[in-house]
Ligand binder design. Structure first.
Ligand SMILES: Nc1nc2c(ncn2[C@@H]2O[C@H](COP(=O)(O)OP(=O)(O)OP(=O)(O)O)[C@@H](O)[C@H]2O)c(=O)[nH]1
Ligand SMILES: [Zn+2]
Length: 224
């Protein structure tokens, strides 16, 4: 089967019979510096968000190398060193190209762990005054993590995916996806070398949010 671009869609061309809040509305070829992806656009009818899944190669149904990337304008677009999101996104895109197939779902509505861009910037301002990333959200009267992964699961189902190898350091993300009906065969670490600007933030994620970041031990050992 081909779409209006003439690209062979394989499983991407098959409509899911299950009722879903995720409507697939467009499939466009997306050549990137990493490789040639298919950008599959979705409309989330429950939340009104526009979502996109970048698909590389012929994805199967099981053990698909997958990244669920929470939107981070500052990290992904501006190269912020407050967090490691930008490098994680690049690593994930490189990884699926190296693998020959895989998916990066870029989750709009997840900005600032679901509190939105302006609230995240307020939280970052509080962190500059000494609060950690957890304390800053709480000081604003906001949840530490307000993300929902239902739409991600719906998109994966629409793509025919039943189980993934999930690129993430966050065990709660894995649990959330499983709760929404997608099996996680394996968690694949996505570790980025820390720098002076984000080491405290990363330590907080490890200590207070259960992120699995063993590479920080080496930084501690070297005393930096
Ligand atoms: N509220 C808040 N959000 C932040 C902060 N720094 C980054 N973020 C957001 O955090 C989200 C990414 O979440 P993380 O906790 O860094 O990582 P994760 O997605 O849970 O886990 P990984 O899959 O390992 O990347 C993005 O949406 C960022 O915009 C911060 O200081 N405060
Ligand atoms: Zn970020």
């Amino acid at each position: 089967m081909t779409d209006n671009t003439g690209v062979n869609l394989g499983v991407l061309g098959k409509k899911s019979p299950r009722r879903s809040c995720a409507e697939r509305v467009v499939n466009a070829p997306l050549p990137t510096v990493y490789g040639k992806f298919q950008a599959i656009g979705y409309l989330d009818h429950d939340r009104g968000d526009e979502q996109v899944a970048l698909v590389y190669g012929e994805i199967g149904t099981e053990n698909v190398l997958t990244r669920l990337h929470s939107e981070c304008l500052t990290g992904d677009a501006f190269g912020s060193r407050h967090c490691e999101c930008g490098d994680q996104l690049a690593s994930a895109l490189r990884a699926v190209v190296a693998e020959g197939s895989g998916i990066v779902v870029y989750l709009r509505g997840h900005e600032g762990r679901g509190i939105g861009l302006l609230a995240k910037l307020r939280a970052m301002a509080l962190q500059a005054e000494g609060l950690d990333t957890v304390e800053a959200n709480l000081a604003l009267g906001l949840p530490v993590d307000a993300r929902d992964y239902g739409i991600a699961a719906e998109i994966l189902r629409d793509l025919g995916v039943r189980s993934v190898r999930l690129m993430s350091n966050n065990p709660r993300k894995r649990e959330a996806l499983v709760r929404h009906g997608i099996q996680v065969a394996e968690r694949v670490p996505l570790l980025i070398e820390p720098c002076e600007s984000n080491i405290t933030y990363l330590r907080t994620k490890r200590e207070r949010m259960d992120h699995i970041l063993p590479h920080l031990d080496a930084v501690v050992a070297h005393g930096s």
